[in-house]
Design a protein around this ligand. Structure first.
Ligand SMILES: C[S@@+](CC[C@H](N)C(=O)[O-])C[C@H]1O[C@@H](n2cnc3c(N)ncnc32)[C@H](O)[C@@H]1O
Length: 187
């Protein structure tokens, strides 16, 4: 699992252009990527990753055993999305806005996911927008499905959607900055 110099440059360029939506100085470390991927049951259904960036978590998801033809990668940044489509040619790559999920996933209107892995920097958004985002994700989950989100803060970045609970699944010190992994599932 590697982040190349080209990946770092791509990330930095996006950070300079849209700091609020990138929300980190570096791509996630391999340790954080693995900690996120570990929360997925690779046989539980299709997987949606949101806020993919350079693809470090996508790589961990594939190494964890998710088949690329069951993986959808959603990224807002056009250059990153183009790169992801080349790098993960067997996955479905969608360029679009995760806060407008129904429109962005229009081509997968009926797909229900076993896991949604999100790296959106939620703390950069107002609470009502975060809540709306999580409610929209929950509508796309199987009954046993999970939403996996990391944050750099001490608390879960958003309250669970209606009928869900959140647990802290991991604390990854080998990341800059250290990150917590949160898992939301039906209560
Ligand atoms: C903190 S970076 C994480 C990148 C990568 N997952 C990682 O862990 O290194 C956040 C990513 O979310 C993307 N992003 C931010 N807002 C988004 C939105 N509304 N829809 C889709 N992607 C978004 C950014 O372009 C960026 O690639």
């Amino acid at each position: 699992m590697t982040t190349t110099l080209a990946d770092n440059i791509r990330f930095l360029r996006a950070l300079i252009t849209r700091p609020k939506s990138i929300g980190a100085l570096f791509p996630s470390s391999p340790a954080l990527a693995r900690a996120m991927a570990r929360q997925i049951d690779p046989h539980a259904g299709p997987v949606l990753e949101i806020g993919v960036g350079t693809g470090v978590i996508s790589e961990a998801i594939l190494e964890h055993g998710v088949s690329p033809d069951r993986l959808t990668l959603l990224e807002y940044d056009e250059e990153m999305a183009r790169h992801l489509a080349e790098r993960f040619a067997r996955a479905t790559v969608i360029q679009g806005d995760a806060f407008d999920l129904d429109r962005t996933l229009a081509g997968q209107r009926d797909t229900i996911f076993g896991a949604i892995v999100s790296s959106i920097p939620l703390l950069n958004h107002p609470v009502p927008r975060r809540r709306g985002y999580m409610e929209a994700l929950a509508k796309r989950l199987t009954p046993s499905g999970v939403i996996i989100q990391f944050s750099y803060g001490p608390n879960a970045p958003v309250a669970p959607p209606q009928g869900y609970a959140v647990t802290r699944a991991d604390l990854v010190l080998a990341n800059i900055p250290p990150a917590q992994v949160w898992v939301y599932r039906k209560a």
